[in-house]
Design a protein around this ligand. Structure first.
Ligand SMILES: [Mg+2]
Length: 211
């Protein structure tokens, strides 16, 4: 049984230690309550886990300085530190540009990057823009690339879990199932939680119950 889950990063897996909306530095990262337990549970159930994040701050220019709000090297460091907190993930991919032409794939202590127009379809000599549309969510390029690289196109079950509209939209664009991060947090947070309305597929994912 091949199964995978894509997680958004900010406010889905991690939040700031400082309490600020944006990370103050590359160490201002902590796991949201329930995330460690939840990702361990899914890993144990045989899901491959991946992070997918838009890092538009690497392209948005701060008028005060004339420079992007976040350097690429800072974004890499943030994702590496996130991977140190969550080694259950296979890798974390992020897209730093608004056009969605570049993807970075980060693991603890290493990273690589690719340009969309240089990725070749395995069965063709030309770049396949259908397989790799923009990497920026809500376009499905980041998810498609990982599905391709990890041989998941015939997977039995693939989910996206996120906290924003673009996460819900990318799941639809990539033709995978979606669940809001809040339900994931509440399921694995300690104490009794009111999860609210839930589909039978979500119940199966969270409780391993087949209705
Ligand atoms: Mg988010």
């Amino acid at each position: 049984m091949k199964k995978a889950i894509f997680f958004d990063i900010d406010k889905t897996l991690t939040t700031t230690i400082s309490g600020e909306a944006l990370k103050k530095d590359e160490n201002d990262i902590k796991l949201i309550e329930g995330v460690e337990e939840g990702t361990e549970y899914f890993k144990l159930k045989g899901y491959k886990l991946f992070g997918v994040s838009n890092q538009g701050g690497c392209s948005a220019v701060n008028k005060a300085t004339g420079l992007p709000f976040k350097s690429i090297s800072r974004a890499i460091k943030e994702m590496q530190n996130t991977h140190i907190l969550l080694p259950q993930l296979e890798l974390i991919a992020f897209c730093p540009d608004f056009e969605g032409n570049i993807i970075y794939e980060v693991q603890q202590g290493e990273y690589r990057h690719f340009y969309r127009n240089e990725l070749l379809h395995p069965n063709s000599s030309s770049a396949n823009t259908l397989l790799f549309p923009s990497f920026r969510k809500p376009s499905p390029g980041m998810i498609n690339k990982i599905i391709w690289d990890w041989n998941l196109h015939d997977a039995d079950e693939i989910w996206m879990i996120g906290d924003r509209k673009e996460d819900e939209e990318v799941a639809e664009a990539a033709n995978i199932k979606f669940m809001w991060a809040e339900k994931f947090h509440k399921r694995f947070r300690s104490g009794l939680q009111e999860i609210g309305e839930i589909t039978s597929e979500q119940l199966q994912l969270l409780e391993n119950l087949r209705l």
